[in-house]
Write a protein that binds this ligand. Sequence first.
Ligand SMILES: Cc1cc2nc3c(=O)[nH]c(=O)nc-3n(C[C@H](O)[C@H](O)[C@H](O)COP(=O)(O)OP(=O)(O)OC[C@H]3O[C@@H](n4cnc5c(N)ncnc54)[C@H](O)[C@@H]3O)c2cc1C
Length: 409
Amino acid sequence: MIAPQHHGIVVIGAGIAGASIAQEIISRGHAVCVVEAESDLATACSSHAYAIAHPHITRGSAKLLQLTRIAFELALARWGDQWVHRGALQPLKNGVDFDRDAMALQLNELGLRSEIALPVSAEEASQLAGVARAGVWFANAGMLSLEKTAKQLLHPCAQLTQINQMKIDFLVREGNHWLLTDASKKITIRADKVIVAAGLASKKIMSSVQIKLPLKPVRGQLSFFKIRPNSNWAARLPRAIICGDGYCIPASQLENGDMRWIVGSSFDENETDNHPRHESDRFNQEQAAGLLNYAEGDQSELMPDGQFVGIRCVAGDRLPIIGALPQQPGIFVATALGSRGILWSALAAKLIADQVLAGDFALLTRLGFTSALAAALAPDRFLAGAVPPALGAFASNSNPILPPSPRAR
Ligand SMILES: Cc1cc2nc3c(=O)[nH]c(=O)nc-3n(C[C@H](O)[C@H](O)[C@H](O)COP(=O)(O)OP(=O)(O)OC[C@H]3O[C@@H](n4cnc5c(N)ncnc54)[C@H](O)[C@@H]3O)c2cc1C
């Protein structure tokens, strides 16, 4: 029998989460082995080429808003110089009056500096984004190709072992190590520490160590619309990213003079079919009208001409699952990134690297990351009796009771 390869740190999954974490660990001087089921990197949800990033300011718990602010700062520091289309406008909801001072106060209370989020009048928004709607201007927001970024992060180097076409199904404890096996239980790798960043497949892998993660698929479709130059839409197309109910990126001109405009995204819970759908294009036409406040526009002039379809991985409470697993020392999880792959990957890279390498959490602490926020992300938050962890410390909870929670589907 061939002895399994031994690696100190193994990351399962080469999407944006696994790639960001692996690169962060390598940048701190450690070797990493990345194991990917497919023949190439970033072929699943992270094949997305038009992902946007900005802090979130509406809808959601105070913890979520704090976390997106911290994660945005990290993403900006890491990828800001690669952003495509810098700047995003989030218009106010229809019927809400623009009150600059009250908005500035609210943004300040969320810890968002004016360089990050600034109230803008309709006139200012028109100049910045080409859309005359008052709202919040995120000057440093931007767009990334997740696929390109993951491939850059996993650029070959001496400290990276990249193994493709190896699907890991089970983790088995052996003394101080973990054995990674495939479906036939053939042992392929022995590792000291394992980081599970396999999107939805993390559920199956973690169930092999009796941890039931409440993950579910949410299908999403982004539509690429073609617009004739003489359409009334053409003169209204934005010059910046617009976000709110859905999002769009600035339109570009095709060689024949038509415009190409990318608008998303649909949201189909518990669906895993990744074929494009007409109904999702229609949904995105509605979102397009909402983003531009152009209800009277003829939506048939937004002609579907391509799509990106991905299956998001979402946790029951909509927060990502990022952190160490005290019940299974040596196992770490980074999944359930939902629609915020850029933000949560940037946060996961720092948090998991600090936990795996016993770092000092100095950067995260400086940005306002607390043990309460760590507890909100921790994989064991779904286990009855989970103890909120002190930052960096492994909470003691050796005998978890798995909840019959309706979320845990
Ligand atoms: C329509 C749509 C729009 C979106 N818009 C945005 C946006 O604007 N901004 C943003 O930040 N995010 C956005 N997202 C979300 C973003 O795409 C995801 O959050 C992100 O790609 C998830 O990355 P991941 O690495 O966690 O998972 P994945 O990309 O799914 O990577 C998991 C990897 O693990 C591998 N794997 C699976 N099982 C195994 C196994 N058993 N063994 C080994 N390897 C395995 C897979 O092959 C895959 O490569 C959007 C998503 C969709 C669908």
